[in-house]
Design a protein around this ligand. Structure first.
Ligand SMILES: Nc1ncnc2c1ncn2[C@@H]1O[C@H](COP(=O)(O)OP(=O)(O)OP(=O)(O)O)[C@@H](O)[C@H]1O
Ligand SMILES: [Mg+2]
Length: 324
């Protein structure tokens, strides 16, 4: 515009050029009209470039071959009721020398509640991850309702086991959608039922936006116990025959944890890993794990008499409870 005024002004002063005020005005209007589209073009180019980078990243994910190839497998014709068997399972993490699981053999009847306890690093989470094939297990070691899990489609296996990992992931969206994550089409009444069952509903109703409250990135606006109960509600909503809880109530007070566990549906197979031995004592059976092996299994009373490790863990637990 400045250049136009400069040269236009000079031309106007020069009477021999034939350049008139009208010409200058027309030029000014035309230049003005170009300002907005030019700015918009810059904006469009930026958006386009950002889109292209995003598409490249999505494509990279889509093109990644799945770690487990289950194309040859089939969904069983008659789904069972949630019986699990582990036979002589060994597992070593890539890059480590010591095996993390060594000859684990375990059977869990459909509808049974089994607590899995043991010192830190015993391999409890690794065993839980094996059941859902989050770590690679060899064939003929784990059986769901009699079928080797490596012969089942992964999506089917995971639809049968509602798994709450040791550190659950919450998304920065509403609590309602976080609860619905495993069953996106669930009606509101079912979502609220699951929230009540996992004892998070009371907390949610105190939030200003209730179920529509947006949870911060990774759930930072919730307390540890609220996060855990949200993750549990999410698993309960899925309504799979097997519920697998990896230390899922560690930040929940004993009273509430006991209430939640004793109200779980009777027909479900429940495996819960815990350091809260008072909660474990409620289970039908307790399996004690140490250094990658199941070293004892039985009821609380029986283990107190027979398993030195369980006695030690129980004493430690009681001491902790006293000092807490
Ligand atoms: N991704 C991994 N890569 C290599 N080693 C691992 C990995 N995850 C776990 N381990 C090792 O395997 C062993 C068992 O770990 P795991 O998480 O199964 O223990 P845990 O019994 O669940 O313990 P906690 O009670 O603390 O949750 C530990 O010695 C740990 O260091
Ligand atoms: Mg663990």
């Amino acid at each position: 515009m400045l250049a136009l005024l400069w040269f236009g002004g000079e031309k106007l002063a020069d009477a021999t050029s034939g350049f008139q005020v009208g010409d200058l005005l027309a030029l000014i209007v035309l230049v003005e009209r170009l300002i907005f589209p030019t700015a918009l073009l810059g904006f469009t180019i930026t958006v386009y470039q950002r889109g292209q980078v995003s598409i490249d990243r999505i494509e990279a994910v889509l093109e990644e071959p799945p770690a487990i190839d289950d194309r040859q497998t089939q969904v069983p014709t008659a789904p069972g009721s949630g019986h699990l068997a582990v036979r002589d399972l060994a597992f070593t993490y890539a890059g480590t020398k010591q095996p993390t699981l060594r000859g684990v053999t375990l059977e869990i009847a459909a509808g049974e509640t089994l607590a899995l306890v043991g010192p830190v690093g015993a391999g409890k989470s690794t065993l839980a991850q094996s059941l859902t094939r989050l770590v690679t297990v060899p064939p003929n070691t784990i059986f769901l309702d009699g079928t080797d899990i490596t012969e089942l489609p992964v999506a089917y296996l995971r639809s049968r086991i509602a798994y709450v990992p040791q550190d659950s992931f919450l998304f920065s969206t509403t609590i309602r959608d976080n609860l619905r994550y495993g069953r996106p089409g669930a009606p509101d009444s079912a979502v609220e039922g699951a929230a009540a069952q996992s004892r998070i509903q009371g907390d949610i109703l105190t939030f200003p936006q209730r179920y529509e409250t947006v949870v911060g990135e990774r759930g930072i606006t919730l307390s540890g116990g609220q996060r855990q109960r949200t993750a549990l509600g999410r698993a309960l909503l899925v309504d799979a025959p097997i519920l697998l809880l990896d230390d899922a109530l560690s930040s929940v007070d004993n009273q509430t944890a006991t209430e939640i566990l004793s109200e779980l549906p009777r027909h479900k197979t429940v495996i819960f890993i815990t350091h809260k031995l008072a909660a474990a004592a409620l289970a039908d059976r307790i399996a004690v794990m140490d250094q990658g092996q199941i070293v004892a299994i039985g009821t609380h009373d029986r283990l107190l008499q027979t398993s030195p490790l369980y006695q030690k863990l129980w004493q430690q637990y009681e001491l902790q409870e006293l000092t807490a």
